[in-house]
Write a protein that binds this ligand. Structure first.
Ligand SMILES: [Zn+2]
Length: 175
């Protein structure tokens, strides 16, 4: 089983995806990735492509589950991608599965019907939020490096991503 979820904070916007490859109860591969720009659909398709790239011929993982119904329709060829970028992704995935001799069945499940899928949705949401924060990070006032949001007793604040730097900034907004 391959579980894939792609999320975006807007359309298009910083985005993220996550996937999990499972055999029985065993998790064989899992990945969380941020994307500079995308939407929930493109992020889902990039996640499917990434998950399939790790598979070799003869692997029995032929079912991809996603939280995005449209990606399932596109990959099952029952609908046509209007955007050239989405069309290119779908074509890439079809070439990839043909090369590896895979014949995946793409299935759409609603959230809260499968614990693995829920976990992957959560991880992809985390990735999308991280991508948003990275894109909207101010420069550290001390060293100019990227800043990340931290939770402290006094609330949230921007903290320098360099461990050795103590630069902080007040946080005014976050998604
Ligand atoms: Zn710094």
């Amino acid at each position: 089983m391959i579980y894939v979820s792609g999320q975006a904070t807007g359309n298009p916007s910083p985005a993220g995806y996550a996937f999990r490859v499972k055999q029985g109860h065993l998790i064989l591969r899992e990945r969380q990735q941020t994307l500079t720009s995308g939407n929930a659909l493109s992020a889902t398709l990039i996640g499917v492509r990434d998950a399939l790239q790790g598979l070799t011929q003869g692997d029995p993982y032929t079912i991809v589950m996603t939280n995005h119904a449209l990606s399932v329709d596109l990959l099952n060829k029952s609908s046509v991608a209007r955007s050239p970028a989405i069309h290119a992704l779908v074509t890439e995935i079809q070439v990839l599965t043909a090369q590896h001799g895979l014949n995946p069945e793409y299935v759409h499940l609603l959230p809260e019907t499968d614990p693995d899928l829920d976990e992957i949705i959560r991880l992809s949401e985390d990735s999308a939020r991280l991508a948003w924060r990275t894109a909207n990070s101010p420069a550290c006032p001390r060293c100019g490096d990227m800043m990340t949001i931290h939770h402290s007793r006094g609330g949230k604040l921007w903290k320098c991503s360099t461990d050795t730097c103590s630069g902080t900034l007040r946080l005014y907004s976050s998604p």
